[in-house]
Each structure stands twice: as C-alpha cells, then as structure tokens.
Design a protein around this ligand. Structure first.
Ligand SMILES: NC(=O)c1ccc[n+]([C@@H]2O[C@H](COP(=O)([O-])OP(=O)(O)OC[C@H]3O[C@@H](n4cnc5c(N)ncnc54)[C@H](O)[C@@H]3O)[C@@H](O)[C@H]2O)c1
Length: 320
C-alpha cells in the first residue's frame, strides 16, 4: 500500500491518538494538531520522520493556513471538538463550527481526497423517535450547545462537496477517555467515595475498535454517514462493575441507583446495519478486555478533566 499523508485534528485526544498510532504502525505519515483543551501532550506519538505535530487552534484561520502550507494531506481526520463546559457556547461555536469550517475550506483548497468526521448521537435529541435510531431519523440537536454546534459542523461538511465519512458515535471510551462516567467512577472509587448510577443503558464501545474502522475509511471504505455502534446496550451499572473489577477492589461502596432524569433517555441505540454492510464485520472488544487498560492509564496519568457537556445526566450516562 502506498504511504498516505494524513492530518489528524485533535491528535492529542482519545480518538485522534488511537488513530495516529494505527496509521504510524503501518507506515503512513501523520501530522497532528491540537490546542490541548482536553487532550494531553503525553497522548501524542513520539516525533519522527513520519510523525509531526503542530500546536494551535482550528478556530485560528492563520494557523490552519500554516498547517496546510506545511502539508497537503490525502486525508483529514477531524476529531478536534469543544465540549468541556455546557455553558461555554462561545468556545463550542468557535471550535466546532468556525473551526470545522476553517478545516473544511482548507481541505477543499488543498484538494484533500477524503474528510472524516465524528458526530454525537445527541444530534437526534434526548428523546429520539425510534430505537434503534436509524440514519433516516431527523436531526434534532436542540438539547445542548455541543450537539447544536457539532450538528452545524456536520451540515457544513455535507454542504462542502468533499468526499466525506461521518461516524455518529455510541459512547466511545478506553484509555485517554477524559469525559463521562469512566474517569468519574475511577476517581471516586480510588478515593473511597460512593458513586451513583442511573437506570439508563448505553452502548459503550472501545476507542481502539473505532480507530480500526477509521483507518479503513481513510483507505476509501464507505462514503457518507454511518453509526459506529455495536447495536447493543448495557446498564451503566455494568460499566461500574467492570471498573470495580479492573481496580481489583474487594471492599467498595455500593452505588446509589437513581431513576432517570426528565432529559435522560432510557437507552440510546444506533442502528449499525449500514456500517456492517459497508465496512464488514466489526469486532467490538468486550468491556472486561479494555477497561483494565483505561484503569492503568488513569493510575499513571491521573484523570484530569472528568468533563461533561450535559450538566445533569452526564455523570451517569456520559453522553457525548
Ligand atoms: N468519545 C465519545 O464518546 C464521542 C461521542 C460522540 C462524538 N464524539 C466526537 O469524537 C471526536 C473525538 O472525541 P474524543 O473522545 O477523542 O475527545 P477528546 O476530547 O479526547 O479529543 C478532542 C481533541 O480536540 C482538541 N481540541 C479541542 N478544541 C480544539 C481546537 N480549537 N483546536 C485544536 N484542537 C482542539 C482537544 O484538546 C482534544 O485533544 C470529537 O469530535 C467528539 O465530538 C466523541
């Protein structure tokens, strides 16, 4: 296979760093960019002839021009996103909308062959009209600044005429996950504090499994919009139990089980049939196989952020 040049925005984040590792391991040239809003420098692959990094914000058009002057990518993998503070609408629009438009315009001008994007299932709203949610479900992102801005960005990508793949994601977790329930469960259990879980069910998928599928999209598989989802949900309590098991705790506080909040969907299931049709069989790694690696990561680097973008339910459902 000929070597590709691939630009990864958000390269210091969970998904971007997993994708970078796979691409470098097979011999591609990877240029990462990040402003470290939620990503961390220790997530970046070591600099080498094949791997370079530029620090800056996608919201800065001069920075994006410099990046595209330095590199003319065959593929852009656009993972950079803002979600840290649900009240910070300014940063969300600046990064998610203006930043995406900057990258899309630059990719068009550079005649980039393929553009890959990552969308939240919240684009369907917190009360979806069907389960599982199909790709024909209308977009209805009015529930959060994050969902509104991510959806506007997706609309611009669709408008751009670029050859694009959008993955609308289930809850993607694993090592380097800084948001949602996983880091919260870890840090509270480490400190001997009680957690709470709601009765919600979610589809937790491993970032490494997504990364393998993204590499296939970078190679030309698929076109348009896909759900990245196993199609099966589990109780949040099962994630809690997997964390307890990985931490090898014998003595720990029983979590408080809370009823669903008014904006908390009992389950969010995305219909993955188009993904399985175009990308073939995807092996979804069981929680018990990858949560131990996430726990090792938190033990080594700490949890930092524990960010949420929905104030109420995110602690227990980790919507992203
Ligand atoms: N993890 C999930 O469950 C999930 C679910 C739905 C959608 N997504 C989307 O998937 C993508 C990757 O998510 P992730 O879990 O890796 O999140 P992440 O926070 O680990 O990675 C995002 C990266 O973008 C960087 N970033 C933020 N603002 C930036 C800016 N203005 N300029 C440059 N870099 C910037 C951050 O520092 C971080 O490294 C995001 O687009 C996110 O919206 C994730």
């Amino acid at each position: 296979m000929t070597q590709k040049t691939i630009l990864i925005t958000g390269a210091a984040g969970q998904v971007g760093s997993h994708v970078a590792e796979l691409l470098l391991a097979r011999g591609d040239r990877v240029i990462g960019l990040d402003d470290f809003t939620t990503g961390r420098p220790e997530h970046l692959p070591p600099a080498s002839a094949a791997s370079s990094f530029m620090e800056g914000s996608i919201a800065d058009p001069a920075f994006i021009s410099r990046v595209f002057e330095a590199v003319s990518p065959d593929v852009v993998i656009h993972t950079a996103a803002s979600y840290k503070d649900p009240e910070d609408w300014y940063s969300d629009t600046l990064t998610n909308v203006v930043g995406t438009v900057n990258v899309v315009k630059a990719a068009k001008a550079a005649k980039t062959g393929r553009f890959i994007y990552f969308q939240t299932a919240l684009c369907y709203g917190v009360k979806p009209l069907e389960q599982p949610i199909t790709l024909s479900h209308p977009k209805n992102p009015g529930n959060s600044s994050y969902a509104i801005s991510k959806t506007a960005a997706e609309d611009y990508i669709e408008l751009s005429g670029l050859d694009f793949v959008t993955f609308r994601l289930a809850n993607v977790i694993g090592p380097r996950n800084v948001s949602g329930p996983l880091p919260i469960f870890f840090s509270r259990l480490r400190d001997g504090k009680r957690c709470f879980v709601t009765e919600a069910r979610r589809d937790f998928v491993y970032a490494g499994d997504l990364a393998r599928t993204v590499v296939r999209a970078a190679d030309g598989a698929g076109q348009g919009t896909y759900h990245f989802s196993s199609g099966k949900d589990i109780a949040i309590r099962e994630l809690y139990d997997a964390v307890v098991m990985a931490m090898k705790l014998n003595d720990y506080p029983e979590p408080e089980v809370r009823p669903l909040g008014p904006d908390d969907a009992a389950s969010i299931l995305l219909d993955p049939s188009r993904t399985f049709k175009d990308f073939g069989e995807i092996r979804f790694t069981p929680l018990t196989e990858f949560i131990p690696a996430a726990i090792d990561y938190y033990r080594e680097y700490g949890v930092l952020g524990e960010y949420t973008h929905l104030k109420l339910p995110a602690e227990t459902t980790g919507e992203r």
